[in-house]
Design a protein around this ligand. Structure first.
Ligand SMILES: [Zn+2]
Length: 476
């Protein structure tokens, strides 16, 4: 029988929290320090030491819960997950097992013009482990990362393909960055991912054998791994083979997954409540303080920008990706009744100037009224769009208002037909070939002549009037 198959994917995403110090001790939470310099007896797991919970990590965990639409139970606790591994100096990890700090939420994101939703099972707080390094003749462990607060965000198996997994991960990352929960710097290993994937005949309720791909450190890697793994599983089933639950490793260079261990080899972690830590019981006042830190999420911001300001999706996206630029746009738009024009100036001109000059928005010399003023100078026909570009460059350099610049440089657009006629006559006299071409039916010749008139007027002639006069003269 030939079935059509579908994939069922769930993701466990580990994110390092943006705290100054580690989860249970005062060591600095910092990437890139010399190995084993940010360590102390607590994060080295010495006997007899006691952990003290990092309050900010607890706040960031609960804040994440709010941002991911989770419920935040008023009782959570910590548990020990026991295992031996050289990079885990305590021989156990402190995590949250059956009473996590947040649960039952969801993430919404845009994909191919639709809004998709992935449910979040839970986001719980735990600690990171050290890092193993393997050299030619020996190995070493760097414990700087041991004890860094780590949030594990577990999704429901709502994801159906590799693109959706990729888009979900990016949406999640954007939310966490927006909320100030994590910098999510992939290069620094701040986000890692375990992928659970199974396939089943379409329409079947029961899930297929779950295969876990461990320790993915890039979103594109997740996408590629799924693009390999899903067809592999389908192929196995089509051949009549049975899949068994197992853990696989992604070989990024080879572009394949390979078996690490089967279910029979799975760990028994012997979880038990962490005896050195009190349960976490946040009160109303504490929760209210965390709630003050809830921010508008990227998707909501995008929807607001497209609805409220009628911006095209691409402009809105620019202001989602560059939050300070979007905030600046909003401040300027408050002074204007033409949001689209403001967006054009901010995105096409201001952003380019900032990049070119290596300056930031804070250093912009003109005030928020300048761009609206420039727009109304163009809209009222006082200056041409061409001249407006020069005025913008001037106001960026000097901070003068557009009105002052136009006045100072005598840039007011020429609309009096008398002087424009003179320029038109000059252009016609100097370009007999173009005149002939136009009369022979080449419309482009008119644009050339128009350009000549603009040049003669130093860009000041009103282009619409120039066009009218030229056409009239050429037709007569
Ligand atoms: Zn420490």
């Amino acid at each position: 029988m030939d079935y059509e198959y579908e994939a069922v994917i769930g993701l466990e995403t580990h994110v390092q929290l943006k705290t100054k110090s580690k989860m249970w001790c005062g060591c600095v939470n910092q990437f890139g320090a010399l190995p084993n310099t940010n360590v102390c007896p607590v994060c080295l797991g010495m006997p007899g030491v006691l952990p003290v919970a990092n309050e900010e990590a607890l706040r960031l965990t609960v804040l994440t819960g709010f941002l991911l639409n989770c419920s935040v139970p008023n009782y959570a606790k910590f548990d020990r997950k026991n295992y031996f591994y050289p990079d885990a100096p305590k021989n156990y990890q402190i995590t949250q097992y059956d009473k996590p700090s947040t649960m039952n939420g969801y993430v919404e994101f845009e994909m191919e013009g639709r809004i998709e939703k992935v449910r979040i099972t839970r986001a719980h707080l735990e600690e990171d482990v050290g890092k193993n390094f393997h050299f030619e003749r020996n190995s070493g462990v760097d414990f700087n990362r041991a004890g860094v607060p780590l949030l594990e965000i577990v999704s429901e198996p709502d994801i159906r393909n590799s693109d959706m997994a990729y888009t979900y991960l990016n949406a999640l990352k954007d939310i966490l960055i927006y909320g100030g929960v994590s910098d999510c710097d992939m290069e620094k290993g701040m986000v890692r991912c375990d992928v659970n994937v199974s396939v089943r005949p379409k329409g079947q309720k029961e899930l297929g054998a779950k295969i876990e791909i461990k320790n993915m450190n890039s979103f594109s890697g997740v996408r590629r791994a799924l693009d390999y793994e899903i067809p592999r599983q389908i192929e196995e089933l089509k051949r009549g083979n049975k899949l068994r639950q197992e853990t696989r490793r992604w070989d990024d260079e080879g572009g394949i997954t390979e078996s690490m261990r089967s279910k029979e080899m799975a760990h028994d972690y012997r979880y038990f409540p962490e005896p050195d830590l009190m349960p976490f019981v946040p009160d109303e006042k504490w929760l209210a303080e965390v709630k003050l830190r809830i921010v508008e999420l990227p998707l909501a911001r995008k929807q607001r920008f497209t609805r409220k300001y009628q911006l095209p999706s691409s402009d809105a996206q620019t202001f989602i990706d560059d939050v300070p630029l979007g905030d600046y746009f909003e401040r300027v738009t408050a002074e204007s009744n033409n949001p689209k024009a403001v967006a054009n100036w901010v995105i096409n001109n201001l952003r380019a100037k900032l990049t070119e000059s290596g300056t930031t928005l804070r250093e912009v010399k003109f005030n928020t009224k300048a761009i609206p003023e420039l727009i109304s100078l163009v809209d009222s026909g006082k200056i041409s769009t061409r001249i407006a570009q020069d005025v913008f460059a001037d106001m960026f350099a000097t901070g003068d208002s557009p009105g002052q610049i136009v006045e100072k440089k005598g840039l007011v657009q020429l609309s009096d037909t008398g002087s424009i006629e003179k320029f038109c006559d000059e252009a016609i006299a100097a370009n007999p070939r173009s005149v002939e071409d136009y009369k022979a039916g080449k419309v482009a010749a008119l644009n050339f002549l128009k350009g000549q008139v603009m040049k003669l007027s130093k860009g000041k002639a009103n282009p619409n009037i120039v066009g009218e006069i030229l056409e009239r003269k050429l037709k007569s």
